[in-house]
Design a binder for this molecule. Structure first.
Ligand SMILES: [Zn+2]
Length: 409
């Protein structure tokens, strides 16, 4: 993650009192946003603050058009009926870009994380010159905000979020993208863009977006249950990456580089990898390799090779040769998962990124392969991602509002 905040007038005064005020007002905003508190009285009870303090802070949130005070709330308590509080759903929005090898998905979201507008803008990164590909993407962001979006309004936007497949390398000042894109976004060009639009920019790795959206999805299933505090989200596409949820937040590691599960060795004499290692997991299991293996096995068996992963998913239950490829991929994946389960001590694993298409048989095979290592594995919770096709957009927006967004600072 990398946050490039816009300088706010008067910012810089971050004394103790200011920090306490910010913590309280943000907490009130979060309680109203999540629907946990619907009146000033409920906030007073929830936060152990005086009614006067809460009134002042609520007033400030209302003045900033972040929450609305509406008619009397439904309550069973005696006395004067309280005014109900709710998130202001119309005054502000967030512009989100999801960077893909084929282009950019743009979405405008309300503060309740509802999509107000969205569109895909094609841009084939493989046709671009590597040296200025990053700049071309940023120019597209600019053009979308200035000319293409029907509803974007800079005075109403709280931030611009960018979900991208790569990591920010602090010492190089650039956003290194994963090999599928083959270019970098420099911090300098992002800062120039930020200055042009005059808004904070929040860049978030796509696997981490998926992981955080999944955590929020699971938390929303049962608001009374404890939040998901520990989880490993594994994204399997043309490589394998994971994102770690620890103590309810993304664990970035000291160099912001956590999650390279694809480069765990599963065969020390195995295939060489571009990372310098040998026998890396992602050389044996990823969506392209699974399809390639299935096609080769089909050719050798004299049956028609599956054209796509979808075709493989449809056919493998009826073709023992294809079934064996799918099950073998599951068993190899389990080697990598076992390493991260042992090293992290976590037991909740979510698989996503496209592998879900292989269905329950694949998942069960991974589960059984992990459970055959019985001495260390207990309480394993293995599932496919459920947060849906908007997970990348939601992940960056929700993480920003939960962990980065400030109201007075
Ligand atoms: Zn490697």
């Amino acid at each position: 993650m990398k946050y490039l905040p816009q300088e706010k007038p008067g910012s810089g005064h971050t004394g103790y009192q200011q920090q306490v005020k910010e913590a309280n007002i943000k907490r009130i905003f979060d309680l109203v946003r999540s629907g946990k508190c619907k009146s000033r009285a409920e906030i007073v009870r929830h936060m152990n603050l005086s009614a006067t303090s809460v009134s002042v802070l609520v007033e400030e949130l209302a003045n900033r058009k972040l929450i609305d005070e509406t008619g009397p709330a439904q309550t069973t308590l005696p006395g004067r009926r309280p005014i109900s509080l709710r998130l202001n759903k119309t005054a502000h929005h967030m512009a989100i870009f999801v960077v893909k090898p084929q282009g950019v998905r743009f979405a405008l979201l309300s503060l309740e994380c509802r999509i107000l507008e969205e569109r895909f803008f094609p841009l084939d990164c493989h046709t671009l010159n590597e040296a200025n590909a990053g700049e071309t993407y940023i120019q597209l962001f600019d053009d979308i905000l200035r000319n293409q979006s029907k509803r974007f309004n800079p005075s109403r936007a709280v931030m611009i979020g960018v979900c991208f497949p790569g990591m920010f390398i602090e010492q190089d000042h650039l956003f290194h993208t994963e090999t599928e894109l083959g270019f970098a976004l420099t911090e300098e060009s992002i800062r120039r863009f930020q200055q042009r639009v005059g808004l904070s920019v929040y860049l978030f790795n796509s696997t981490r977006c998926l992981a955080y959206a999944e955590k929020k999805y699971l938390d929303a299933l049962d608001p009374d249950a404890p939040e998901t505090r520990y989880m490993i989200f594994v994204k399997i596409q043309n490589g394998i990456r994971c994102a770690i949820i620890s103590q309810g937040d993304i664990y970035p590691g000291p160099y912001n580089l956590s999650g390279e599960i694809g480069h765990f060795t599963i065969d020390y004499r195995g295939k060489p990898c571009y990372c310098g290692n040998t026998g890396c997991l992602e050389r044996y299991v990823n969506l392209s390799v699974i399809l390639e293996n299935a096609r080769r096995a089909a050719q050798e068996a004299g049956i028609e090779p599956p054209e796509s992963l979808e075709a493989l998913a449809q056919r493998y239950h009826d073709e023992p040769v294809l079934m064996e490829v799918v099950k073998q991929s599951a068993r190899l994946l389990a080697f990598g998962l076992y390493s991260i389960i042992c090293s992290s001590g976590m037991r909740q694993i979510v698989l996503g990124g496209g592998i879900e298409i292989l269905g329950d048989t694949f998942l069960q095979e991974v589960y059984h392969a992990l459970f055959s290592r019985t001495s260390l594995i207990r309480n394993l919770d293995l599932s496919y991602a459920q947060a849906g096709p908007d997970a990348e957009i939601l992940g960056v927006a929700e993480h920003y509002l939960d962990k980065v967004f400030t109201i007075t600072m």
